[in-house]
Design a protein around this ligand. Structure first.
Ligand code: FEO
Ligand code: CA
Ligand code: CA
Ligand code: CA
Length: 653
């Protein structure tokens, strides 16, 4: 079965050239529209957005958050699933200059922050749930007063679930039994479940915390600042009645015991968070899926009677790829239906709280193995993992709190910054973007982590340097690559590199890229199954400072993959795939292109434009043409962009 060839689809659009303008560019015959930019009101409590609007905590809490990233659509009814749905959207981080533009920027950003500025910034982070519908003229809009519209922020109460919940590791003054926390933060990529819930993943959360005292080993490994949090939220005075509103971001131990202070606050972050987009239910942090800088969490094939599988990666240099396998096997009765309307998160308890987390070891011969991160697992030295980590026997919560250290001990392979994944649901082939890695060297030093934070670089993370290896074969990998693998069903897999990023002229061009598909720093990814086992792999870039960036802004490309062949491990993508790799869209200056899905009928494709520099073109109209080039300077707004074909047909083919 492994050697089966798919009948290729044909990509029926003309590849576009690179672009470096303040506009979205799409192929001839396509339209692109701005939808729900930052600050769009979600209820009557919020004023209409305008370029001079002074943002407040209440205004931001009732409006779309900032810096759109991962997203997913949830149907409201099967008949209208391609015309009306709930959109769950991550708001990863903020642009303080845009947020505070009317007052000329944040007040004293390096000093004591005003309480309401901090509350507003907290409310600009998190997740937006918003109802979306297609208009008769083919354009799209949000439902301004939908009862489903909702925000989750860095202050929203959430439940901890799974092995870490209720353990001493997460006891705080807010939750003396370690079962609750406030907020989700730096939600980058996402996932979804086969029972109709959204998964949002906490990536660069360590940076909003600070510890000026003795750090937990995990704080250091994950790159928590030692002088000031990213936005200085901890500095704000005037906490309201909700104890620790701002001081919880300073996790320096102060009291006698953990329940007196917030030394463990950051240990309630770093998780995959499950949200029921259809109800007002509290979000649940699913600790069984590990704790690190989670990029996203993508489901594998869903098969009756088999465990569910979720793939997730840690986006830092020389960190790891993980897989969670549920203890429960899939029961199709748990799929979305009117019958389980109110029970979605209870179904989540069944599949996401018990199971085994594994880290990936990629071997030089093109095979690989999943390494269990359980207290009793044996390290290559023959020690139990709990012993190797200095934990008490059976301490699964401790293993999860120290997920990266556990993966070190088990011999996982340090990768070139794992970003998004996507799984072909028919073949089960798994794709993973490895965006780039400036700390990969030819000779390398051993990839050891000292927990000293001594190698903290400009992004605050303590990275070690790792030598090149077969799955990450390029030193100083500034262009990144995409890897893929197929599970063998026995805890092993075989893998190959699918495509290498490069500029067309460069020495690093190992995949025969040309002007019409040169790319670097792949990030967002979606395997778009189109039936009969055929599909399009869409991928997006988050690139800067290289020859590709001089040619084009960040972009969306499409490729029709040929099957992975048995024994082809480590092979460079074959020529047969190259003429099917085409540039489909380019974003405006300074942006990253991220977040992707299409309507079930494939007549509309949704992407996100994050951190644009001077876009979208200003105007009062709610429906804006994303391809209009900005004239003059505007207050930039991250936004969703909907792309559709003028003839109404499926996008891409
Ligand atoms: Fe938020 Fe790894 O991108
Ligand atoms: Ca991002
Ligand atoms: Ca990303
Ligand atoms: Ca990125």
């Amino acid at each position: 079965a492994l050697a089966e060839e798919k009948t290729p689809l044909s990509l029926a659009f003309e590849a576009i050239q690179g672009s470096r303008t303040d506009a979205v560019v799409v192929p001839a015959g396509y339209r692109a529209q701005v939808l729900i930019p930052w600050g769009t009101p979600l209820s009557a409590e919020a004023a209409a957005w305008h370029s001079d609007l002074a943002m407040t905590p209440a205004q931001q809490a009732a409006s779309v958050g900032m810096h759109h990233d991962g997203m997913h659509a949830f149907a409201l009814d099967a008949d209208s699933e391609s015309r009306r749905f709930l959109l769950a959207l991550n708001n990863e981080y903020i642009d303080q200059d845009a947020l505070w533009a009317p007052q000329g920027g944040p007040t004293d950003p390096d000093g004591v922050r005003p309480a309401d500025e901090v509350r507003t910034e907290i409310n600009a982070h998190g997740v937006t749930i918003v109802e979306i519908e297609r208009q008769p003229n083919g354009s799209w809009s949000h439902v301004a007063d939908s009862r489903y519209n909702r925000r989750f922020t860095t202050a929203t109460p959430m439940t901890l679930s799974g092995p870490v919940a209720g353990s001493d590791y997460v006891v705080t003054a807010y939750s003396k039994d370690g079962t609750e926390t406030r907020g989700t933060n730096n939600n980058c990529a996402n996932g979804y479940t086969p029972w109709g819930t959204y998964l949002t993943c906490e990536e660069n959360w360590p940076e909003v915390f600070v510890n000026t005292g003795e750090r937990h080993a995990d704080d250091a490994r994950l790159g928590m600042p030692t002088d000031r949090g990213r936005y200085g939220w901890e500095s704000a005075a005037g906490e309201d009645e909700q104890s620790g509103e701002f001081s919880r971001f300073d996790v320096t131990p102060r009291g006698e015991k953990a329940s007196d202070d917030y030394r463990n606050e950051a240990r309630t972050f770093g998780y995959v968070v499950e949200i029921d987009p259809y109800t007002q239910a509290k979000a649940i942090k699913r600790t069984a899926l590990g704790r690190f800088r989670h990029e996203g969490c993508w489901p594998g094939p869903v098969r009756e009677g088999e465990p569910l599988v979720f793939y997730t990666g840690h986006d830092s240099r020389n960190e790891y790829i993980y897989k969670f396998v549920s203890a429960a096997t899939w029961d199709p009765a748990d799929a979305p239906s009117p019958g389980n309307e109110a029970e979605r998160l209870a179904i989540g308890n069944k599949y996401l709280d018990e199971g085994t987390l594994y880290a990936a070891r990629f071997d030089e011969d093109g095979s690989g193995e999943w390494l269990p991160l359980t207290p009793d697992a044996r390290t290559p030295d023959g020690e139990s993992l709990a012993d190797a980590l200095g934990l008490e026997a059976g301490d699964l919560a401790g293993v999860i709190i120290h997920t990266c250290d556990a993966a070190d001990c088990m011999g996982a392979t340090p990768m070139d910054r794992p970003e998004w994944s996507s799984v072909d649901p028919v073949s089960g082939e798994v794709y993973f973007t490895l965006t780039n890695n400036s700390k990969r060297t030819a000779e390398g030093s051993e990839a050891t982590y000292t927990n000293e934070g001594s190698a903290i670089d400009e992004t605050g993370v303590g990275y070690a340097t790792a030598p090149t290896n077969a799955p990450n074969p390029r030193a100083d990998n500034g262009n990144g690559h995409i890897i893929r693998w197929r599970e063998q069903g026995d805890g092993r897999f075989h893998w190959e590199i699918f495509v290498f990023g490069s500029d067309a002229q460069g020495n690093a061009n190992r995949s025969g890229l040309t002007a019409s598909n040169q790319f670097a720093s792949p990030d967002g990814l979606w395997y778009d199954e189109r039936g009969d086992g055929r599909g399009i792999l869409w991928f997006q870039t988050d690139n800067s400072d290289n020859a590709v960036a001089e040619y084009t802004n960040d972009q969306l490309l499409a490729v029709v993959p040929a099957s992975l062949k048995a024994g082809n491990g480590g092979a460079v993508i074959d020529d047969g795939n190259q003429d099917q790799l085409k540039r489909f869209a380019v974003g405006p200056n300074d942006c990253e292109v991220t977040g992707i899905f299409a309507t079930p009928d494939r007549t509309a494709l949704f992407i996100n434009i994050q951190h644009p520099g001077n876009w979208p073109a200003d105007g009062d109209a709610l429906i804006q043409d994303a391809t209009v080039t900005t004239s003059g300077a505007v207050r930039p707004r991250a936004s969703t962009v909907v792309i559709w074909k003028e003839d109404g047909g499926p996008v891409g083919v």
